[in-house]
Design a protein around this ligand. Structure first.
Ligand SMILES: [Zn+2]
Length: 446
């Protein structure tokens, strides 16, 4: 990470009164307009290649299409094979500036979709009114095209190769491989970067972006009781049984943690009885029990969504205490699995959102506001947030109904977002960062 830069960046802000595009910024916007039809063609081409996470060849094929485009811009590319984490892999593209003066930008996208090879949803279709329907159109092949368009515009103005930019398109965002392995390289790249921009579709509304997302974890509750005839339940030698104990625990989770802002947890499955067979990974199983037998086993499995690691730690401590306060002659165990880390809110992220919003207003597209974190799910930006000074996500394509066969993308939003991204990146790279009394200021130089 560039320490000199960070010292400067600790003190910056968008000047709200400066609301104009420079000649060069106008050229960026014009380039994107002039190449809008090509962007749509590229989008259709990649939407029509199935790249469900498990279709490794398809993910690689989409990667190859983008790889050629990044190479055509003079960027260096690399395909990181994903066999170690049982996924297709990731595409990385880099500029190679001899000397970059600005911050190192990390642009994040993904190549895969939730629509597997056997999905009925495989093809692009134009619905009229600038709306296209297709698998992964907004989530997020459109976002990848936006990255490419913005970089092409910067390249057209001769700016790209003086900028330090790494594009990272993962091949398994929708169903990631074992996270430690699958995201290890991304996290190394993030440590060299200063600012991360995520091109997910966010909440589908291009007038919003995401300065904070919740992470998730999963947990499994295993409870054991003392099997006996039901007529003896609550006696000293029999106790309360596993099902009452599991009920007590889950109810206490609800009572004690249910009101905390940005924290949610959901038991998605519960089983109890005399005998259980539970396949945790598949979320299915079978149980046997009788009304006149005190239950010996109970199991529940759920998730947890949180805004910060501190919130995870607090929730976990409370849950473990509740689990330990057992009813008579029962025992319980809570197994916690970390999933995806949160992307916590920060002053830097809020400032970056202001820069983005300012670029948008200067382009005539209006302000960009923050999505409420409780409405923003986990995404790859969560793996890099802790390493960069500033990050936002949700700079991708507008659309609706992602993860369903009715997924649509707003084709006009491609050019809007590409212009915003190009102007923002240019300003981040060339801005004069300076402190003015009580205010953070970014002034454009040209
Ligand atoms: Zn996505």
């Amino acid at each position: 990470m560039n320490r000199i830069l960070l010292a400067g960046m600790a003190c910056l802000w968008v000047q709200p009164a400066v609301a104009q595009l420079s000649a060069l910024e106008l050229n960026l916007a014009d380039y994107i307009d002039a190449h809008h039809d090509e962007a749509i063609e590229l989008l259709i081409e990649v939407v029509n290649i199935n790249s469900g996470t498990q279709n490794f060849a398809g993910v690689a094929a989409v990667g190859q299409v983008f790889r050629e485009r990044f190479e055509a811009l003079g960027m260096t590319t690399q395909w990181i094979d994903g066999s170690a984490w049982n996924r297709a892999g990731h595409l990385v593209a880099r500029t190679n500036p001899t000397q970059a003066n600005g911050p190192h930008l990390l642009l994040i996208g993904h190549l895969d979709t939730v629509f597997q090879r056997d999905s009925p949803f495989q093809e692009y279709e134009y619905l009229g009114d600038y709306i296209g329907r297709g698998p992964g159109i907004a989530d997020m092949k459109g976002g990848n095209v936006i990255i490419l368009q913005a970089l092409a515009a910067l390249n057209d103005q001769g700016l790209l190769h003086d900028m330090a930019i790494t594009v990272y398109l993962t091949g398994d965002e929708e169903s990631s491989g074992e996270a430690v392995l699958a995201r290890a390289d991304l996290r190394v790249v993030a440590q060299q970067a200063d600012i991360a921009l995520g091109f997910e579709n966010g909440d589908g509304d291009p007038s919003t972006a995401i300065p904070a997302r919740r992470g998730y974890a999963s947990w499994e509750l295993r409870v054991t009781g003392n099997p006996a005839h039901s007529s003896q339940i609550f006696q000293d030698e029999v106790g309360s049984g596993a099902i009452f104990e599991a009920s007590r625990i889950l109810n206490a989770f609800h009572e004690e943690l249910g009101g905390e802002q940005y924290l949610t947890f959901n038991p998605g499955i519960i089983m109890g009885g005399t005998e259980l067979n539970f396949a945790s990974d598949e979320g299915r199983g079978d149980a046997f029990g009788l009304p006149n037998v005190v239950a010996q086993h109970a199991i529940a499995r759920g998730d947890l969504r949180m805004i910060s690691n501190a919130q995870t730690a607090r929730a976990r401590t409370t849950m473990e205490r509740i689990v330990s306060e057992n009813l008579p002659l029962t025992s319980a165990e809570l197994i916690f699995n970390s999933g995806m880390p949160p992307f916590p809110d920060s002053e830097g992220n809020r400032r970056l959102l202001e820069f983005f919003s300012q670029a948008s207003q200067d382009l005539g597209f209006g302000a960009v506001t923050a999505v409420d974190p409780s409405r923003a799910g986990a995404a790859d930006i969560s793996y890099v947030g802790e390493f960069v000074e500033m990050a936002i996500d949700g700079m991708g394509m507008g659309g609706a109904n992602d993860h369903t066969v009715n997924e649509t993308g707003d084709l006009e939003s491609l050019r809007v977002q590409a212009k915003r991204a190009a102007v923002l990146m240019h300003r981040l790279e060339t801005g004069n960062w300076k402190l003015e009394t009580g205010n953070w200021k970014l002034e454009t130089r040209n």
